[in-house]
Design a protein around this ligand. Structure first.
Ligand SMILES: [Zn+2]
Length: 339
């Protein structure tokens, strides 16, 4: 056996990748199917098993050559891959409550499976893409989506923490009151905190806090005519890209929130790289460049030795989860002598 697979199971899509033992990815771009997570574990796990066969066919390799599978999903879940008893947005079917998705997939496909949460998998891919395997580097990745995920990678290893909540970057509080234009805002996160990173820097933050705060300052704006905050929130990125002042203002506040957060990470980890990913910045190079410059502008001043810590955009953002899960599986398969 000479391959490992990565499977990124999201709320709406499941994405596959395959890599050889020398980290040569066999699938360029997306190998993706609509996810059937809503229909419960029995159907969803069968779908993943079928999808792995399709991915192997597409790469022109026998399924039997896959030694191990790396699986990543949104949480909440334990570091061992047991989904929350209370269910979650992405696993609404009652059969998912407390379900051991790692073990379930292992039994379904008859191959060893390792588990990561999706933020940590993306962070591991970003780290690997920059530094390769066997590095002593440290990186922090923030992934901006519906919520805010990410992870901390130290010396090539995911910091999972005691119960799997390591790298829950979205719920770290930041001194948002210092962001220009945020005066009077009270950004509340789904977790109950006020002023954590996710409450300012996510699609949910745009819908719940940033649009309600900024839109009244632009009464003639096209979004003011929409009666649906959720719909309006999804349009903000596209408007910001085109230079719309309201869109830019909202993304500037998000960038400055990230700047404050990265400043905290710089002082804790003195990292080799900071990485930004997620749907929010899968956009033009121009907009990405502007966003990264705004992150820096939003940072408090740094000591001279740390001024050059780079901020990167996540490479291959849409396949980062699957690729990160595959990298973790590769590491484990090597350790266990399966490759
Ligand atoms: Zn939170």
């Amino acid at each position: 056996m000479s391959l490992v697979a990565g499977v990124d199971l999201g709320g709406t899509a499941v994405n596959y990748t395959l890599t050889t033992a020398d980290e040569n990815f066999l699938i360029d771009g997306l190998c993706e199917h609509p996810a059937r997570a809503r229909e419960g574990p029995a159907i969803c796990l069968q779908q993943i098993a079928d999808g792995l066969r399709i991915a192997a066919d597409r790469a022109g390799v026998p399924l039997e050559d896959i030694a191990m599978v790396g699986l990543d999903t949104p949480g909440p879940a334990s570091s061992a891959g047991v989904l929350s008893e209370r269910g979650s947005t992405n696993f609404v079917h009652t059969d998912w409550c407390g379900f051991d998705i790692r073990l379930g997939l292992e039994q379904k496909i008859g191959k060893p499976v390792i588990y990561l949460n999706d933020g940590n998998a993306g962070a591991l891919w970003g780290h690997f893409a920059l530094f390769g395997a066997g590095t002593s580097a440290t990186s922090v990745s923030a992934i901006i989506g519906t919520g805010l995920g990410g992870g901390v990678i130290a010396e090539g290893n995911v910091i999972r923490g005691r119960k799997g909540f390591g790298g829950e970057l979205g719920h770290v509080l930041i001194p948002y009151q210092s962001i220009a234009g945020a005066e009077g805002m009270k950004p509340r996160c789904n977790c109950g905190r006020i002023g954590d990173l996710e409450s300012l820097c996510s699609l949910t933050a745009i819908e719940n806090s940033l649009l309600p705060h900024f839109l009244p300052q632009y009464p003639d704006h096209e979004l003011a005519k929409l009666d649906d905050n959720r719909k309006a929130a999804k349009l903000v990125r596209g408007l910001a890209e085109k230079g719309d002042p309201l869109g830019r203002e909202i993304f500037r506040v998000q960038a400055h929130a990230l700047g404050l957060f990265f400043d905290e990470m710089i002082n804790i980890f003195d990292p080799d790289a900071l990485i930004v990913g997620g749907g929010a910045i899968e956009t033009t190079a121009d907009f990405q460049g502007w966003f990264v410059r705004e992150i820096r502008r939003g940072m408090p001043s740094q000591r001279a030795e740390q001024l050059d810590i780079p901020i990167h955009i996540m490479p291959d953002g849409d396949t980062a989860g699957a690729r990160g899960a595959a990298i973790e599986a590769l590491k484990t398969a090597r350790r266990d002598g399966l490759l």
